[in-house]
Every structure is written in structure tokens, then in C-alpha cells.
Design a protein. Sequence first.
Length: 119
Amino acid sequence: MPTLVTQATRITAAGNKPKLIDEFIGRVNTNTAGVSIAHMRSPQGWEEPGQTPEFDEFTLVLKGMVRVRYKSGHMDVMPGQAVIAHHGEWVQYSTPANGGAEYIAVCLPAFSMDTVHRD
């Protein structure tokens, strides 16, 4: 029988400004280690520490712009676009544009503080 996830769990975000993370599927809300799916809403000027995670992260931008820095530069991901940050590669996420951003993040395997390896 399928499992209905009736609500998300609000997760505390890393970064310089408050950001809303609602985990629908993952280690916290559903005790799922294989994948995490979260709805993110971050304000203009939000930035988190760089990280070298042990998981792949797939980010789908719904509104605004998400900037993804990597060792040799950065890319701006716009609404309707997605980016894949591969495990073992250093990245840093931010939302510098007016209005911040809203996006969906999927981590495979699921996000974990033990495997994100923040700077």
C-alpha cells in the first residue's frame, strides 16, 4: 500500500539568514535514508557555507534564482531550470536576487548532517 505523507517537517537551515526548509521525504519526516525531498524558500541575500557532500543533490527552481558556486565559477539557475550537484564536488548555494527563491531539493541518498561536510 502506498504511504501518504500528510505534512512536512520544518528543518532548521544553515546560512546567514533564516530560510524555510520543509522536508516531505527524508531522514527526519519519514525515516527514509535513500532519498530526501524538501521544499525550500530562502530570502534575498541568503547564503550557506560551502559543502562537499557524499550525496547527489538535484535542485529544481520554482521561483527566483539560485546561485550555485563551484570550484571554477558559478551558475545561476532560473525558474523552470534544474541543476545537479554531484557527490564529492564542492558547491555553495545562495539566493542573491530580489525576492529570494523557492525551489525543490532532492538528495540521493537522503541529506544528512554527517554526510554534507560543510566548510
